[in-house]
Design a protein around this ligand. Structure first.
Ligand SMILES: [Mn+2]
Length: 372
């Protein structure tokens, strides 16, 4: 039996304010592309079952474009005549009972089986039972549902458990309403042939359990996620369990560092050859306050002409100039500028310039207010 497990596709996610040629947010398009790559693979490998462990959409009320994209892709999948089992994650579960769960839109598809009602649902086939526990907002109800799940294990068939949660505290995503699977119920995992997990965005086996896996997300929903490898799981269940992680191709995130203490030579050594179409993050380290004024973001961006985006992080020197730095942080630009003049000018000249500077800054602020 071959099963393809993927998760956390977050359709509709967007970021970075960059549009592509079709006027779609580039990052949003990247997520659609990642999803399409998995669908391509499904068409090629034709597994016996397809499972998705939650966060299909990024929001519980996705945009029209995200819904349209999903419906197009699900139509392709449905036509393959492969059962596709799908559960709701925290991102696709409404927080109140007033709104209708988005996964309901797939109810009418012949081969698509959805579980989103915040309760255990058994989805059964000739040779396998999928024990689905979708995201639940209520922990005590969840515990009950886990017990129902355990009592439904079928010794004559393969048993696959599907959840969207953190197993223990290790896989928390620092999001609202996360569900933590209770540690004292982990023994149930041993009674399953495979436990398919969603929520954590990296691929991996969970702790000591040989049959419990997160497939990871298909793209990064945060630039703090530096993993450049995203993909899905292909598992084979013939007597023993064989798990294979398959990588898809995503936009890379590349970190670069410029040491401002040796600025010129650091620039010379900079290699931008791996930054084509990438999300580039540049750390300017050992920066002094004055250097920080001299080095413009636009100068740094020019160093990576082929990158999709460049973000710059300024890290100030912590040693000798620490007091300097504190002063700069506490001062406004106007005050900082005046301090700078004070160093070079005599008292009389300083008083004259002070008036000018204050006038100019007042004028600047006024004209700035106009534009807002
Ligand atoms: Mn997620």
């Amino acid at each position: 039996m071959n099963i393809l497990h993927f998760s956390d596709t977050h359709l509709g996610f967007n970021d970075l304010d960059i549009l592509n040629d079709e006027n779609i947010n580039q990052r949003e398009a990247d997520f659609y592309d990642a999803f399409s790559q998995v669908v391509q693979q499904i068409k090629l490998s034709k597994p016996d079952y397809i499972i998705h462990t939650g966060d299909l959409f990024h929001r519980s009320s996705p945009s029209n474009r995200a819904i349209t994209f999903a419906l197009e892709q699900f139509k392709i999948l449905d036509a393959l005549d492969i059962p596709f089992i799908l559960i709701a994650g925290n991102h696709s579960t409404p927080r109140t009972n007033l709104s209708s769960p988005i996964l309901k839109i797939f109810e009418s598809f012949k081969n698509i089986h959805v579980s989103y009602n915040q309760e255990y649902k058994k989805i059964e086939f000739e040779d396998v039972v999928f024990h689905t526990l979708p995201h639940m907002n209520d922990d005590s109800k969840a515990l009950e549902q886990i017990e129902i799940c355990e009592s439904n294990i079928d010794a004559k068939k393969k048993n696959i458990m599907m959840m969207h949660c953190s197993v223990g505290a290790w896989y928390l995503m620092q999001e609202f309403g996360e569900w933590v699977y209770p540690t004292d119920k982990e023994y149930i995992f041993q009674k399953m042939d495979y436990v398919a997990l969603g929520h954590w965005h990296g691929f991996g086996k969970v702790g000591k359990h040989e049959n419990v896996y997160y497939s990871g997300s298909t793209e990064r929903t945060s630039l703090n996620d530096k993993r450049n490898s995203k993909g899905f799981v292909e598992l084979t269940l013939n007597g023993s369990l064989d798990v294979e992680y398959k990588e898809i191709s995503i936009r890379p995130i590349i970190s670069k560092e410029i040491d401002c203490e040796a600025y010129a030579s650091s620039l010379e050594m900079l290699d931008a050859s791996d930054t084509k179409d990438a999300i580039v993050e540049v750390r300017l380290k050992n920066l002094s306050a004055l250097q920080s004024i001299d080095i413009q973001n636009s100068d740094i961006k020019e160093l990576f002409p082929d990158a999709m985006s460049v973000s710059i992080k300024r890290e100030f020197k912590r040693d000798a100039n620490e007091t300097d730095l504190k002063d700069v942080e506490a001062l406004s630009l106007e005050e900082f500028f005046l301090e700078h003049i004070k160093e070079d000018a005599n008292e009389e000249e300083f008083d004259r310039l002070k008036g000018k500077v204050q006038e100019l800054f007042a004028h600047y602020e006024e004209s700035n207010d106009d534009t807002i």
